[in-house]
Write a protein that binds this ligand. Structure first.
Ligand code: FMN
Length: 182
């Protein structure tokens, strides 16, 4: 069977609508943002996509911090690999509580799913995103008043793409897929 891969699919220049699955396969990390405001309805859809995400035993252990304030973005975006926080329209920090055994075991997975669902919801609305693992946990806690009982999963920046980044080289399926047994 001939397989197509995401790297072969790019956004068309025509106005022909893409199939949702092909749109999904054009997702790339976007680090350069045009300073165009994002309509509130689009932001609401992104947040709703996170809120509706699956979680183990439906515990929904997540708390999201939406950063829109420019001075906060400037303070958070002072690392080597996170400077694009500054130019993002907004940045979301995914955190989760670990009050019970289920959330301790699955909170990170739950919150990661919710964050990536938000990233996909953004992409489907022509908003670019970048995951950020480059942050100083203690500084983030202090700056945003995150309680010690709450863990941080990661950050994602959101903004209107200034460019269409080239697809990253991905491992071929035959190196990563094992069918029925390893
Ligand atoms: C958990 C995680 C942490 C990441 N941290 C950063 C980061 O701190 N800064 C950054 O510029 N990109 C970061 N990235 C983006 C990756 O570099 C990017 O996803 C990877 O190069 C593949 O590119 P693609 O998303 O376009 O397929 C991170 C991605 C993930 C999933």
């Amino acid at each position: 069977m001939k397989r197509t891969t995401a790297t072969h699919i790019t956004r068309p220049t025509t106005t022909t609508p893409m199939e949702p699955i092909d749109t999904l396969l054009t997702r790339r990390t976007v680090r350069k943002y045009a300073q165009t405001p994002i309509p509130q309805e689009k932001i609401d859809k992104i947040l709703e996509a996170g809120r509706q995400s699956p979680s183990a035993v439906n515990r929904q252990p997540w708390h999201f911090i939406l950063i829109t304030d420019q001075s906060l973005k400037d303070r958070l975006g002072n690392g080597i690999f996170n400077r694009h926080i500054r130019k993002s329209a907004f940045t979301i920090i995914g955190t989760y509580t670990t009050h019970d055994k289920i959330s301790k075991r699955w909170g990170l997975v739950d919150t990661t799913i919710a964050l990536q669902t938000m990233a996909i919801a953004a992409h489907l609305q022509d908003i670019g995103t970048c995951w950020i693992g480059d942050y100083n946990e203690q500084k983030l806690r202090e700056t945003l008043n995150i309680p010690e009982t709450t863990s941080i999963a990661a950050l994602i920046t959101f903004g209107t793409p200034q460019n269409t980044p080239a697809p990253k080289k991905k491992k071929p399926l035959n190196q990563i897929l094992h069918t029925n047994t390893w």
